[in-house]
Each structure stands twice: as C-alpha cells, then as structure tokens.
Design a protein around this ligand. Sequence first.
Ligand SMILES: [Zn+2]
Length: 306
Amino acid sequence: MLKALISTKTFNNLKQDIAKHSHAYLFYGEDAMLNIELAKVFVASIFCGKPTCGQCEACKRTDINKNPDMLVIDKPTLQVADIEGIIDNVQLKPMVYGHKVILITNADGINETAQNKLLKTLEEPNPQVIFVLTCTNIEKLLPTVRSRLSKHYIPRIDLEIVAQDLINQGINIDKFLHCDITMTDAVKYSTSQDADVLQVVEQSIYGLKSSADIPNIVSKLRIKPEQRKQYLNLLLSATNCTITNQQGVFSEQFIGYMQSVFNVTVLIKMLKLIDNSIKMIESNVNFNYVLDQLLYNILKEKYLCK
Ligand SMILES: [Zn+2]
C-alpha cells in the first residue's frame, strides 16, 4: 500500500516531465523495484487515462499483470530472439484498449545485437504501441537507443521524508506501512540456513542497551560475509513489522520487545539508518564498522527521543 502511495506521489511529481506523445519511455535509477513500480503506475495511466485512479478495470488489470494489451518482459538478459518475439507480438492488434504497452524491466540486460534490433522498431514506431523500459544502469544502453527514449531519472526514495510527508498530510502511516517498504530485495527467510541470521538479528537488538554493549555485540555476532546483507534486510524488515504491528518472520516476543523499547519516530529513523548501512556495504565499506555505526546511531536516536 505504501509502495503504491509512494509510486503515485513520485509519479505525480514526474508528470510534468513526461512528454505526452512519446512512443518509448525509459525509467532509470538505482532502485530497480522502484523503477518498475513507477513504470507500472505510468503504464496504468496510459490505459486508464487518469494518472492516479487505481480503481478502474484497466488500473487493476495492469497492477496484477493481467492486462491483455500489456506485455511484460522481465528477464535478466535479453537476446536477439527475445526482441524478435517482442516485434512479432507488436504486429498483433490490441485486444481491449486500442493500444499496447511493452514493458521491459531490465533494459540494461539487452545485449548489443538485440539492442540494435530493438532500435529499428523504435525508429519506425507503430502508433498503437508504446515501449516502457526500466533499468538501473543507463550506460549499458547504446547511445542510439537512448536517444530514441523519453528518459526519466528516478531518485532513490528517502523513507524518512516520505513518512514525514505522509504524516503531514494527516495520513496514519501505521495503517499504510507494510513490511515490503524497502523495495530492495525482499528475501524469504524460511529455510534453516536463514533461520540463524534471524536469531542473530534478534540477539543484536536484545543485547543493545548501552553504547558499551556495542563492541561486544559486533564481535560476538558471527555473521558470515554472504549473510551480511541478509542480516541488514532482516533488521529492516523487523523495523517495518514493529511499526505496522505485524509479526512477519519474527517471534511475537521479539516484535513486542521492539515495540516496548522504540517509538515510531525512532523506528522511522531506523529505516533510514539501516537503508544507509545497506548502501554502505554495497559499496564495500567494512561490515564491522557499518554495524558499529548503525547500532550506535540507533541508540543515539533512542535516547534523543526520550
Ligand atoms: Zn484507472
């Protein structure tokens, strides 16, 4: 739900920038999920006619990928044969809405030969067909392809600002926040291998009482290098679940403990702190340092809010 709100809000900010009559659009930015969410809001608006309706048949069908006139290509890489398949599909007449939308979610995964193939279609557009592409790395697109696209940069969303903005609008965010707020890789933690990361997350919160505990926590937690990002994603998820009063993959006792020690303001700040930590380890900053700073900042927020 929050995801939809954010996408709609960002889309409304973007609306003026979007040239009305292009036949090919590119939404790009660091957050792959957000690019796709936003592209889908845009695609729905093409079929719906109203950018933020969300209620009509066209919007609903688009949202659940059941729109017969929308073709979604969601593959990590695309070869010439894939593009040929798309071109064949483009020849078929729209079934319901009078036009078709081809949504390609990993445009930076289209190999060079395939991009050249796609370029021909973009150069001779079919007026009934609109291409919507998303990618995280625009540099991987050929300049010739890029020049044919109406390009829209999607910045990463500052969760704290969005949350504050929603509060300012009188929206009860407790109702809207959901555990999928991160929009980064949502990972399922049901296997036994992940179960111990889950335990580590709970231990690190239980152990966090004063800054003197931090070095102890950091040295004690045995997080394998490949589990570091998982750990942070789980911590993020625990924070979301605490805000929304959901159990998620955590124990009832743990969420209850989180709710008893952190208030909503601190929890929202934690979302941002954890999100920043994820970005830091993605840039190969030393994990122990990141964790140390993160836990210290969480404590600081906690005491500032008292
Ligand atoms: Zn609609």
